[in-house]
Ligand binder design. Structure first.
Ligand SMILES: Nc1nc2c(ncn2[C@@H]2O[C@H](COP(=O)(O)OP(=O)(O)OP(=O)(O)O)[C@@H](O)[C@H]2O)c(=O)[nH]1
Ligand SMILES: [Mg+2]
Length: 209
């Protein structure tokens, strides 16, 4: 695999604590799930290399601590991002409503949400109560609040996660093609490539503070 021709895409995952952000990334990258909960401190970085339409992409996931919704955190990690997943969990309307606060945080930090792929993710759908709102209600919520798409996922059994990530990659690539703006993605990659090489050499799963 020729890494030099790969393109880096930065994807941030934010949302209330314990909604399953770390579990989603871990399931997607390592196909593993743990029932025990260990709160993320500040942030965790990980990546996966995929092939989409004959192009290699290096998906760089920044998984941020749900305990800290401070604008500084958002500012620090969300600049130059190509995609943002805002996570909530089923059976908890409050966590879904709070996705708007996380979105507000992006906007307050001058992140132009129209230029990025913004996805609403309702996780833990394996625990879905029969009387909880149906998918159409989530869909309406996401349309009314200018998310590009919404997904129900389960980090426990993997449901919806691949579809969600594929949507994000496709949407970022399509936007980029439509804007005829390829340099922007390539620049992002060039900036991040050196950092990643260092991490790989040290053979560590990087946590950042
Ligand atoms: N049943 C079920 N449990 C899940 C799912 N996703 C995560 N969990 C559990 O929920 C708890 C919290 O998961 P995390 O992935 O650590 O949540 P987080 O959003 O990263 O939390 P913070 O790091 O505090 O922001 C853990 O006990 C997980 O095992 C899921 O899809 N289904
Ligand atoms: Mg976490």
């Amino acid at each position: 695999m020729d890494k030099s021709s790969s393109i880096g895409l930065k994807i941030i995952i934010i949302g209330d604590t314990s909604t399953g952000k770390t579990s989603i990334v871990t399931k997607y990258i390592y196909n593993k799930f743990s029932e025990s909960y260990k709160a993320t401190i500040v942030s965790q970085f990980d990546f996966k290399i995929i092939k989409y339409k004959d192009q290699i992409y290096r998906l760089q996931f920044w998984d941020l601590a749900g305990q800290d919704r401070s604008p500084e955190m958002t500012k620090l990690f969300c600049q130059d991002t190509n995609g943002v997943i805002i996570c909530c969990e089923v059976n908890k309307k409050e966590s879904r409503d709070n996705t708007l606060k996380w979105k507000e945080n992006l906007i307050n930090n001058r992140i132009d949400i129209k230029k990025i792929t913004l996805v609403l993710c309702e996780n833990k759908c394996d625990l879905l109560n029969d009387n909880y709102e149906n998918f159409q209600e989530l869909k309406n919520f996401s349309i009314n609040n200018e998310f590009n798409q919404c997904f129900r996922t389960s980090a426990l059994n993997g449901f919806g996660i691949e579809d969600m990530i594929l949507f994000i990659v496709e949407d970022i690539v399509n936007r980029n093609n439509n804007n005829n703006n390829n340099n922007e993605i390539n620049d992002t990659f060039k900036i991040q490539k050196n950092k990643e090489t260092t991490n790989q050499n040290n053979n560590i799963k990087k946590s950042c503070c």
